[in-house]
Write a protein that binds this ligand. Structure first.
Ligand code: AMP
Length: 282
């Protein structure tokens, strides 16, 4: 089984990328937390279209997990991940440990406003986007990537990263890639493996509900009316809904209907101990 080459220190990472730069290569990064699936691999495919060399970071970032969240039990499948990355011809896996990413004395946090403060996940995971923004800023600066590819699956995160790259003049082009789904509509996620068989059978209801809410809004329903129907449908199916909201697709500001610009529906809902997120355009 062939595996992609790895770098585990910033010095090693920089030496490899400098070699590529001397050859005139354009470099992309695809940040991940590992436990890779087809969704992650599709980001690598997108990255390859925009660059000559693709780095995939695999780092379960402790600073983006809140107290009582699943940092400890988050799936870690490094050997399998490295083999999967070879199948899509990624060029390098950047696999720092926590001490390499946050050496003793590390004491800087990137706090993004705008989309990071739009409620949604921020209201349920305080500090989460500070952790995301800080680690993504580090990844972009460690690699000096020309291009960085993120999934629309984590839609608020994508907008937060666009904001930080713009605000900090980080020259990487930020590209959003579409969500890959199972045949029944469930968005692929490393956390899907937490679902019991019964929960897995219910999980696609999230995607179906979003499609229904979008159809209601396109047919003229207000955001409040359509999302309330969606929440009721998910609760009926056994979900605990953190939020299901219609937002402006770029700013994530609240909207009352489709007349106000491009609308994105965003949902977070729990099935047992597993929290699932998804989103769709209207
Ligand atoms: P994660 O490993 O969950 O932090 O995700 C790493 C990257 O993969 C993020 O940019 C995610 O948005 C993206 N991603 C996760 N799931 C999917 C999916 N089903 N389709 C496309 N991209 C995804």
């Amino acid at each position: 089984m062939s595996k992609v080459q790895t770098a585990t220190t910033v010095a090693e990472l920089r030496a490899i990328i400098s070699g590529w730069r001397r050859e005139g290569a354009r470099v992309a990064i695809t940040p991940t937390m590992g436990a890779l699936h087809e969704g992650h691999l599709s980001l690598v495919e997108v990255a390859k279209k925009h660059a000559d060399r693709v780095v995939v970071s695999i780092f379960v970032n402790p600073t983006q997990f809140g107290h009582g969240e699943d940092f400890e039990r988050y799936p870690r499948t490094l050997e399998q991940d490295l083999a999967l990355l070879a199948t899509v011809s990624a060029d390098l896996a950047w696999t720092p440990d926590v001490a390499a990413m946050y050496p003793a004395g590390f004491d800087t946090t990137i706090k993004v406003g705008g989309p990071a403060k739009a409620g949604l996940d921020d209201a349920h995971r305080p500090g989460h986007f500070d952790g995301v923004a800080t680690v993504v800023t580090k990844l972009l600066l460690q690699t000096g990537a020309d291009v960085a590819v993120f999934g629309e699956k984590d839609y608020q995160q994508l907008q937060v990263i666009r904001q930080l790259a713009r605000d900090l003049n980080i020259p990487a082009e930020i590209i959003g890639a579409p969500t890959r789904r199972e045949a029944d509509g469930l968005a692929l996620s490393s956390r899907n493996r937490y679902l019991s068989a019964e929960e897995r059978a219910k999980a696609p209801e999230i995607h179906r509900t979003l499609q229904d809410v979008a159809a209601r809004m396109r047919a003229g329903a207000s955001a409040a009316e359509a999302t309330a129907a969606g929440v009721a449908r998910l609760e009926q199916a056994g979900f605990v809904v953190d939020y299901l909201l219609a937002r402006h697709a770029l700013t994530l500001a609240p909207v009352s209907g489709v007349a106000e610009g491009p609308v994105r529906l965003l949902v977070a809902a729990r099935l047992g101990a597993t929290r699932l997120i998804d989103n769709t355009g209207v």
